[in-house]
Ligand binder design. Structure first.
Ligand code: PAF
Length: 281
């Protein structure tokens, strides 16, 4: 596996791969890799001739400096996992390499980016659009892989790709959430959970399963109410939001008939760790 730290070298590798007619699967990450990320890498490996993975904690998508400072960084272990998974290129740039000048672009991401994470974390999705569009330009991937844990992020990225003209027919592939045996969605943030909060956190997934099993005679608002009460009754867990949205537009629905793909998206604080998850109804 090649470890590339400069944009020029990455572009050369990509151009050389493309010139040979090889497809490139790309997995953007912020490192602290776990089995969830590796399921994206495995899928990229299966479907492409070459695989590139970026490891970059993108400062422009953090609206909370403490969150950025405490984001886990485990480069050596990440590179070992990627090498073992048969990745061709790990792109590990510095902040200066990614942003030689500040990125001042403002993307017109529309309603999909205004709700839920967009409302709670102002500027977050614009920062994601900045870094992902840069990475797509550098890697020129055939396919790019994203985890469904960040359900809204995938919708935002699809919108950004459309705004930027499609990046030469790039295909965005969404990959199902990978869970621990007790149902907790895998996340780089899970390592920050205290032992008590790690015990409590699987209640989030249990409540989502219960929500999806509720009869449709209950309205989305009633299901939301029950679910939030169930989660908040667990000591240490505090729901920030739970919304039932249309899976295409990410807009909240008031009645089930409004969507052919209702999705329940949730954010919960387990102590001071912010966890997100979702369920398809
Ligand atoms: O999902 C993430 O880890 C990040 O938002 C991404 C897509 C790598 C952009 O920094």
């Amino acid at each position: 596996m090649k470890v590339i730290r400069t944009v020029n070298e990455l572009k050369d590798w990509s151009a050389e791969s493309r010139a040979q007619g090889l497809s490139i699967g790309f997995v953007p990450t912020m490192g602290a890799l776990h089995a969830g990320h590796m399921s994206l890498v495995t899928r990229a490996r299966e479907e492409n001739d070459r695989v590139a993975v970026s490891v970059f904690v993108n400062p422009t998508q953090f609206n909370n400096p403490t969150d950025l400072a405490t984001y886990p960084r485990t480069e050596e272990a990440d590179l070992k996992l990627l090498e073992d998974a048969g990745v061709d290129v790990a792109f590990v740039p510095s902040v200066e390499e990614m942003y030689p000048e500040p990125d001042t672009r403002v993307f017109d991401l529309g309603p999909v980016a205004e709700v839920m994470e967009g409302a709670m974390r102002p500027g977050h999705f614009n920062g994601v659009a900045q870094v992902v569009s840069r990475l797509f330009e550098m890697v020129s991937p055939t396919r790019a892989y994203f985890g469904e844990k960040d359900f809204q992020q995938i919708a935002v990225i699809r919108r950004m790709v459309q705004l930027e003209g499609g990046f030469n027919g790039l295909e965005i592939v969404d990959v199902p959430i990978k869970r621990e045996d007790d149902g907790l969605a895998m996340s780089s943030r899970n390592v920050r959970l205290t032992p008590e909060m790690r015990m409590a956190a699987p209640a989030i997934h249990r409540a989502l399963i219960n929500a999806a099993a509720q009869p449709r005679t209950l309205s989305p608002a009633e299901v939301i109410d029950l679910t939030v009460k169930e989660i908040n009754s667990v000591p240490g867990l505090e729901t920030e939001y739970f919304q039932i949205v249309d899976g295409h537009s990410c807009q909240p629905i008031a009645r089930w008939e409004e969507s052919d793909m209702p999705v329940g998206c949730i954010t919960v604080y387990a102590g001071d760790v912010r966890l997100i998850d979702n369920v398809k109804f």
